[in-house]
Design a protein around this ligand. Sequence first.
Ligand code: 0X9
Ligand code: CA
Ligand code: ZN
Length: 315
Amino acid sequence: GRLSFDTIHRYGTVDAYLVDLARKYQTVSVVSAGKSFEGRDIKYLKISTTNFQDSSKPIIMIQSLIHAREWITLPVSLYAIEKLVVDITDRDLVDKIDWIILPITNPDGYEFTHTNTRFWRKNRSTGHMIGNVCLGVDLNRNFDFIWGTLSSNSACSETFHGSGAFSEPESAIIRNIVNQYRNRLELYLDIHSFGSLILYGYGSGELPPNGLTLNVMGVRMAQAIDAVKWKSNPNYRVGNIAMVLYTSSGGASDYVQAVGVPHSFTFELPAYRNQQNSINGFLVDPDFIEQAGYETWEGIKAGARFVLEFSRSKK
Ligand code: 0X9
Ligand code: CA
Ligand code: ZN
C-alpha cells in the first residue's frame, strides 16, 4: 500500500493503489463516483475511523487534477492519503474528521497529457466541437456559480465553459459528491498549480458573508506552509480569487462555497524549480514531488485544526 514520490504516477497506477488501500485498511473505502467522458472511473477515497457513520464529525474534501497539466497537484493528494492511512503522525485528525480525497478529477485530460499534449488543461469532451476542431471544456468554468458570465463561450478557448452548467460528467460528479455530504462538509480544497496562492470566493469579486473568517483561515494555512516551504519559493499570498488573481465564473470552489460549505478554497501550489530550469511551473522536477506533498500537508493540517476549533458540528 505505498506509492513512491519520485515520479508522477499515471491514472492506472493511482487507480490500482486506491483499490489496494481500501482492501488493506479498515479505515479506507474507495467509491466509484461515476465515469469521465471517455469512460474512466472517477474514484475517491473515504477515510474514517467510524465508516462515515458518526454524523457529528466534520468532513474535509480534497481534490486535485481538475486541470490536466497541473501534475504536481496529484502527489499532494497522495501524500495526504499516506499521512491519514499509512504513516499517521496526527492521530486526532484521523479520529475526529472524516476525509474525502479525489486525486484525479479529470482522468481523460490527465492521461492525454502523458500520451499526447503535455500542457492540456481541459477535459476531453467532443460534445461541443466547432466543425471538427476544438474539443474539451474547462471544468473549472463549468460549475453552477454565475455560470457563463465570466468565462469563454468559444470551444477553442482554454477556458471554454461548456454548453451549460454541469454539461460535463466530471463536474457533475463533483457536484453530486458535494451535495451528498454538504451538511457535514466543513472544508473543501481544490488543488491547482501554480502561483503560491490560497484563494477564497468568489470569482466575481463578491465576498461570502464569512469572508473575514476565510481570510483568517487562509492565512493560517499559508503560514503553516511558509514555515516549511522550499526556501527559494515565495511566501503564499492569501485573498479573494478576483482580487488576487482574476475574475472567473463557474469555478468549483465557488460552487461549493455557494451551496453552503463554510470553508472552500482554491490552492495554487508554487512553481517549483524544474529540470529544464525554465519558469514553466507545470513541469515537475522529481526532486520536489515529496517536498510539495510535505509542505502542502502542513497547510492542510492547519486547515483541519481550524475546522476542529470552529466547526458547525457540535460534539
Ligand atoms: O483559472 C483557474 O481555473 C484557476 N487557476 S489555474 O491557473 N490553475 O487555472 C483559479 C480558479 C479560481 N477561481 C475560482 N475558483 N472561481
Ligand atoms: Ca477498507
Ligand atoms: Zn488549475
